[in-house]
Design a protein around this ligand. Structure first.
Ligand code: SF4
Ligand code: SF4
Length: 237
């Protein structure tokens, strides 16, 4: 009898050990998968997909056009290039310059140095204050080539020290009620595609400010045409 028990124990012990190994292995797989679901990895960056970000992904634009009437729609030279190609309008006619006094507060490091003073660049407006691409029925007539800031709005993308997207938040101009955005919540959009847009926006913004720093360091300042030529557009002097 004792011999039988010993044999049974000898048979069960490896089986029990195997169960433990399987159990530990499954736990590791579970924890890894959980981590991968909760944290989205892309380009070496990790953002926690928490409830707040999941909610942001459900924001749906109702195309009210309010944001297209914002006084300053920021553009980079990448945005301008796409708009020139899509619309055939020259870079010179696509942008306008804002003096520092147009803003409540603006950091000098955010301004471009021209021969006539420091300025900021934005997309040109119509006389009614709306973006030149906003149609009467409040549609974007340059939708395929709209600036990155329009593609991402109403979400703000925060960049880290390396200009990589590190967090998202509902735009402060909406939270501060400067723009009465009539967004609603709907089916969640793809986090991956939004994140790709955020990364593209971060890269383009970084390259834009890299060029601006080069321009600002030049001893001889110029006007708008000089600046656009410097940024790679062929504009008559
Ligand atoms: S480019 Fe289009 S989406 Fe952007 S502000 Fe102008 S009309 Fe609006
Ligand atoms: S203000 Fe908001 S809802 Fe209106 S067009 Fe802009 S993003 Fe869409």
């Amino acid at each position: 009898m004792r011999a039988k028990i010993l044999i049974v124990n000898l048979l069960l012990f490896p089986a029990a050990s195997l169960n433990w190994i399987i159990c530990v292995f499954c736990s590791i797989i579970f924890l890894y998968t959980y981590h991968a679901v909760i944290n989205y990895h892309y380009g070496g960056i990790t953002i926690k997909i928490n409830k707040r970000i999941s909610k942001l992904m459900k924001i749906r634009c109702s195309q009210c056009g309010e944001c297209c009437c914002d006084p300053v729609i920021e553009v980079t030279h990448h945005d301008i290039r796409r708009l020139v190609k899509h619309t055939g309008i020259s870079a010179d006619r696509l942008i306008r310059l804002h003096a520092k006094s147009d803003f409540d507060s603006v950091d000098d490091s955010d301004l471009i140095k021209f021969s006539y003073g420091n300025r900021k660049i934005s997309l040109r407006k119509n006389k009614n204050g709306a973006c030149l691409f906003l149609s009467e029925d409040r549609q974007c007539t340059a939708y395929e080539a709209r600036p990155m800031s329009c593609r991402i709005f109403p979400i703000d993308v925060f960049l880290d020290d390396e200009n990589k997207a590190s967090d998202f938040e509902l735009s402060d101009v909406i939270r501060d009620k400067f723009i009465k955005c009539k967004y609603h919540y709907g089916k969640s959009s793809s986090y991956k595609s939004f994140r790709l847009k955020a990364i593209q926006s971060g890269n383009e913004t970084a390259s834009y400010w890299g060029k601006i720093k080069q321009w600002n360091r030049r001893s001889e300042k110029g006007g708008k045409s000089d600046f656009l030529n410097f940024m790679g557009f062929k504009v008559p002097e």
